[in-house]
Design a protein around this ligand. Sequence first.
Ligand code: NAD
Ligand code: UFG
Length: 338
Amino acid sequence: MILLTGGAGYIGSHTAVVLLRAGYEVLVVDNFCNSSPESLKRIEKITGKKCPYIRGDIRDRALLDNVFQQHTIEAVIHFAGLKAVGESYAKPLDYYHCNVFGTITLLQAMQAFGVKTFVFSSSATVYGNAPIPYTEQTPTGVPSNPYGRTKLHIEQILQDLSNSDDEWKIALLRYFNPVAAIETGEIGEDPLGIPNNLMPFISQVAVGKLPELAVFGNDYPTRDGSCVRDFIHIMDLAEGHCAALDFLQNPAHPNGVHIWNLGTGKGISVLEMIAAFEKVNQVKIPYRIAPKRDGDLAEFYANPNKAKMELNWQAKRSLEDMMRDLWNWQKNNPNGYR
Ligand code: NAD
Ligand code: UFG
C-alpha cells in the first residue's frame, strides 16, 4: 500500500487515480487545510476502487505511528505542505513548521518502521535564477521566497538522510507548472479564495467568478514581454509519480537520491496561455497589464530528458488538451468541490 500525504489535494488526487488504475492500493493522510474529502469520493467514483483516508496532520507523530502500525506501507509519496508563495512571506514560521518540520516528523516515523522508499514533491523553484533550460545537473540556487526555501531545505535533508543510511530510495520530483484536470472533469484544482496561480485565475474569469485577469508585467526580456513557464498537464505529472515509484521499487535500480524534472521542455508565455484558452474554448478572457509581481523570474522551463531516459516517461498531452480539460473541470464545477 502506498501512503499519500496530502493525497486529497490537487496533485495528490490526480496521482491517486493514476496509481489506483495501475493496480496500487493507496491510503491518504490529509488534514484538509487546503482540500476536502469530496475529492477522495470522486476518485472512488472515477476508478471504482477504494481510496481510504485518515484525517490527520503529518506533524502528529503519534498519528503517523498508528498509520504505520496498522497498515503495510511500502512507500510514501509526500505531497502534504503549504504552497502559496505570497502567504509564505507573511507566515514564514507556518511554512517552515508545516513543510520542514512536517517532513522531518514523517521521515522519523518512516525510519522507525523501516519504510525507506520516498517520493517528494519538490519544485523547479529550487534552481533559483539559473540558466535555462534547467537540467538536474544545474546547481540549485536560492529560491526567491520562503516557500521555495522550504523545498530546498527538505531536498538537502533528504540528501543528508540518504548519506547516513544507504537503504533509502528517494525521488526528488521537481515539478514545473502543473495545470488542468483529469480528462473527465470530476477532479481538479480548487483553490480557496482568490487563486494565486495563473490558470485557475483564468478559468475563474472565464466562468464569471472574477472580472478580469491582471497580467503581471509585459516588459520582461521574453518574446512577448510576459513571463514564460513550462506548463504541464496534471495527468502527465501524475503519471510521472507512478513512473518514479516503479523505478524506486525496482531492485535493479540503485538506492539513494534520484532527481527528475517533471516538465514538458517547452516554454509558453502568459499571453500565449490566455490566447490558447480563448481559442480552444471560445471564451473571452478580459485582462489588463499590471505591475510585475515580486520574485517572478522572466522565463524558465525544464530539460526533461533524464526522466525520459530513466523513467521512460514524458509529457504526452498538448497545450490544447490542457485548455480543454481545465475548462471542462471549471465549467462543470464552478464552485470547485463546494
Ligand atoms: P494542495 O494544497 O492542493 O495539496 C496539498 C495537500 O496537503 C492538501 O490536501 C492539504 O490539505 C494537505 N496538507 C497540507 N498541510 C498538511 C499537513 N500538515 N498535514 C496533512 N496534510 C496537509 O497542493 P498541490 O498543488 O497538490 O501540491 C502538492 C505538493 O506539490 C505540495 O508539497 C506543493 O508544495 C508541491 N508543488 C506544487 C506545485 C503547484 O504548482 N501546484 C508546484 C511545485 C510543487
Ligand atoms: N500570473 C499573472 N497573473 C496572475 C497569476 C500569475 O500574470 O494572476 C503570471 C505570473 O506572474 C507568472 C505566471 O503567470 O509569470 C505563472 O504564475 P503562477 O503563479 O501560476 O506560477 P509560478 O511560476 O509563479 O509558480 C509555480 C508554482 C510554485 C513554484 C514555482 C516555481 O505555483 O509552487 O512555479 O516552480 F514554486
